[in-house]
Design a protein around this ligand. Structure first.
Ligand SMILES: [Ca+2]
Ligand SMILES: [Ca+2]
Ligand SMILES: [Ca+2]
Length: 205
């Protein structure tokens, strides 16, 4: 009996940890193309994406250009497209803002499983200086964070896609569900109480 409960509790804990949310992302190529840039994302998880952030402060480039490692500011997006777009993701203010961090908010269901979201012809600028040319490889290291409807979080960064003609691809991982830290001590406390009760019962018998 006790062993069965322990196994059940363990599997509950494991299923809480094993979040299965993921995000695919690429940029256009070739590597030496100068902006504008297209970001193409696909929700490869079983949950809705509610929030997507693209952080230009983490750009490290490929180490060769004079501006490698300089913060990239995002300026003037031509359009948003993909499945998620008709349901109006709400850009926090990327259009012409010239800010290094863009955040897009999606209504539940808008960026669902298998849906795509494209940011087309965005103009990256180095250090907030308007109309500086940024090459695709300069965007290596740009960090992407996505929050899913199951409270899991994807954190990744763009790396070079070595395939000829292809730009960058997003690599990262999804970390567990937020409720875990709160739920775990409760489960352990519950198990402890159960063990105590069984021990007392055994003593009493
Ligand atoms: Ca530019
Ligand atoms: Ca510009
Ligand atoms: Ca490449």
């Amino acid at each position: 009996m006790k062993r069965t409960l322990l196994a059940a509790a363990a599997s509950m804990i494991l299923s809480t940890v094993a979040a299965n949310a993921a995000l695919l992302g690429i940029t256009n190529g070739p590597d030496d193309a100068v902006d504008p840039v297209n970001f193409l994302f696909e929700n490869d998880s079983g949950f809705d994406i509610l929030n997507l952030t693209i952080d230009g402060t983490t750009a490290v480039g490929d180490g060769t250009g004079p501006n490698s490692g300089v913060t990239v500011f995002w300026d003037s997006i031509a359009s948003l497209a993909g499945d998620a777009n008709p349901n109006a993701p709400t850009p926090v203010d990327p259009f012409g803002l010239n800010s290094p961090v863009m955040t897009f908010l999606f209504a539940p269901g808008a960026f669902a499983t298998g849906f795509t979201f494209d940011i087309l012809d965005i103009d990256p600028d180095f250090g907030g200086v308007n109309d500086t040319g940024v090459q695709i490889l300069d965007l290596i290291g740009v960090k992407v964070t996505a929050f899913f409807s199951d409270s899991s979080t994807f954190v990744g960064a763009f790396v070079d896609d070595p395939e000829p003609g292809k730009g960058l691809k997003l690599e990262g991982s999804t970390t567990g569900v937020v409720p875990l830290p709160a739920a775990l001590p409760l489960m352990l406390a519950g198990l402890g109480a159960f063990a105590l009760v069984s021990r007392r019962r055994r003593k009493a018998a």
